[in-house]
Structure formats: structure tokens, C-alpha cells
Design a protein around this ligand. Structure first.
Ligand SMILES: [Zn+2]
Ligand SMILES: [Zn+2]
Length: 306
């Protein structure tokens, strides 16, 4: 198969785009697609500083690589949640360090055990009935927001790709979870002085495309999934969507991008589902929908009661 742009031997064939590309053209095509997404959704401008949440995985490291290649001032943030199985946290942190050192890029580390006294698996165990994955998500969102606000970053970027977003959309649509559907956007504006703008520049790229990008760019990332993510329902929905994609190339993309379009045009949800009243946490000052303490601060209260 030949590259559609230059005629050299293609290394990737994307049936969903009816596009085959050689290595050089592919490594140009990906950042161009990301740049178009950033502009189209007004994520951030060239003179704004961006913080990239990096886990050591292919998507977040590739996103950081792409933003640096595009000339953005992008710093990394690694949150050490303390997953000890198979040294998962240690290995992923090392991948981030090596990536940053090779590019002379700057990154911060939040060590949860050092700051709050417990790792995520430990605090989840104390909160009976709370899964490690949901605790981890809560802790990461809180800490990412805190560091992005304290560091005066214009935006906080995460490496969610199209497969991630389509799987979440599928799950939310199955439950008609209108509150979640209303908030599933490529850009969440900073609707409060203590909220960072959140952006997802990779939403137009398939997981397979991101894996190919990381491989062809020689990005060294942690291959294994987090040991706690095994059997996660998101993985099951991804698998279902891939079966659909197999029969109908582009189905995943149509499902997700038409949702975004309907959302943008206000054809989807009543205004009531979009507006939530935000108060401030009495301990950390971050916005919260609950009165008193935010969900993050309530986590650590459990510790004292037991
Ligand atoms: Zn080419
Ligand atoms: Zn709080």
C-alpha cells in the first residue's frame, strides 16, 4: 500500500479516514489533526501555558510530545497515587522522567502519600464500598486542578483519545446519565476562580492511531494497564465499540463526533442539566456541589474516624 500524500510505502492504513500514510507523513498528520482540534474547540492559544497530566502511558506522553512539537509551552504533571503492584507507580514515574529529560521539558510531581499520609489503595480500603479506580479518579481530578490553578496555567490537558470518550459516552447514554452527558465536552471552561479550564486535544484520534504515533516516534511508555483497571467496564465498552467499528469503519468516530455536534448546537439537553450550583469547600477552597467539604477532603476524614 502506498502513502496517499507522497507515494512512499505506507505504514498505517486508516479505513475510518480512507487514508494510508508513510511514516514521515503520518508523524506530520497527527500533530496537524491535534492543532485543528485545539483551534476548532478554542482550547488554548499559542501564548498560553498548558499543563499536561501525564501518567507515563502512550496517550499522555504522546500528547505532551505533540504539544511541544507544535511549539506550545507545555509542562507535565505526574500524580504519584501509590499503586505498588508490580512497581506500577515507580515504573510509570520513571517513564515520565526519562521523557522530560530527553526533551529538556519541565514537570511537577505530586506525591499523594507524602502530602496526605495515604496512598490511593490505602484510602480506598478505609472507605468501604468505594472502588480504587473511582478514588484514584477523584484524587487525580482534585490535585490536577489544584496544581493547574496554583501554577497559573491557562489550561489543563489530558490525553483522552476518541476510544476513551466514545466508551464513556456509550456508558452514559446506556444509563441516560444527562448530568454526565452535559459535562462530557472537549473543553470545560473555568466556571469558577478555583477551577482550571480542562481540555482534551486527542479526542479526534483513535487509540490505535495514538499507539502507532508513540511507536513511530520512539516514545518509551508503560505498556501495561494499571493493575486495578483490569476488568473495568470501560474496557468492555471499548471492546463492543471495536466490534462495531470492525463491521462499519468510522462508526466509533460518527457516534462520538455527532454527539459533540448535537451538544454544540444545543439539540441534546435541557439547560437545567448543564448548570450546576457551585459552592466552595470549607477546607481546601475548591468548588464543590456538596455543602461543606468537597469529596476529596471528605476522603481523608474517614481516616480519623477509624
Ligand atoms: Zn508519505
Ligand atoms: Zn476540599
Amino acid at each position: 500500500m502506498k502513502c496517499k500524500k507522497c507515494g512512499a510505502t505506507a505504514v498505517i492504513n486508516m479505513r475510518q479516514h480512507k487514508l494510508a500514510l508513510c511514516q514521515d507523513c503520518y508523524l506530520e498528520w497527527v500533530p496537524e489533526r491535534v492543532q485543528r482540534t485545539i483551534e476548532k474547540s478554542h482550547m488554548f492559544s499559542p501564548n498560553e501555558r498548558v499543563m499536561v497530566a501525564v501518567s507515563g502511558g502512550k496517550d499522555s506522553l504522546s500528547l505532551w510530545d505533540i504539544l511541544l512539537r507544535l511549539g506550545y509551552e507545555a509542562d507535565g504533571l505526574y500524580i504519584k497515587v501509590g499503586v505498588l503492584d508490580g512497581d506500577y507507580s515507580e515504573i510509570s514515574q520513571r517513564k515520565v522522567e526519562q521523557f522530560a529529560a530527553a526533551r529538556g521539558a519541565h514537570f511537577d510531581v505530586v506525591d499523594l502519600a507524602a502530602e496526605c499520609g495515604l496512598t490511593v489503595p490505602q484510602v480506598a480500603r478505609l472507605k468501604r464500598g468505594r472502588s480504587i479506580c473511582s478514588t484514584c479518579g477523584l484524587v487525580k481530578r482534585h490535585e490536577m486542578n489544584r496544581v493547574a490553578c496554583d501554577g497559573d496555567y491557562a489550561a489543563l490537558a489530558t490525553g483522552h483519545n476518541l476510544d476513551d470518550e466514545a466508551a464513556v459516552l456509550f456508558q452514559n447514554a446506556l444509563n441516560w446519565a444527562t448530568g454526565y452527558l452535559a459535562r462530557q465536552a472537549p473543553v470545560l471552561p473555568a466556571s469558577h476562580p478555583r477551577l482550571a479550564r480542562k481540555v482534551k486535544p486527542l479526542i479526534r484520534l483513535y487509540e490505535r492511531e495514538m499507539a502507532a504515533y508513540a511507536l513511530l516516534r520512539g516514545i518509551d511508555y508503560i505498556y501495561q494497564e494499571c493493575p486495578y483497571a483490569k476488568g473495568a467496564t470501560t474496557l468492555f465498552y471499548k471492546d463492543l465499540l471495536n466490534q462495531l467499528e470492525e463491521r462499519s469503519p468510522g462508526a466509533k468516530q460518527r457516534f462520538y463526533l455527532s454527539f459533540l455536534q448535537a451538544r454544540r448546537e444545543g439539540r441534546l439537553l435541557p439547560a437545567a442539566a448543564r448548570d450546576v450550583d457551585l459552592g466552595e469547600c470549607t477546607r481546601c477552597g475548591q468548588p464543590t456541589t456538596a455543602p461543606g467539604l468537597c469529596a476529596f477532603c471528605r476522603l481523608w476524614d474517614t481516616k480519623k474516624k477509624h
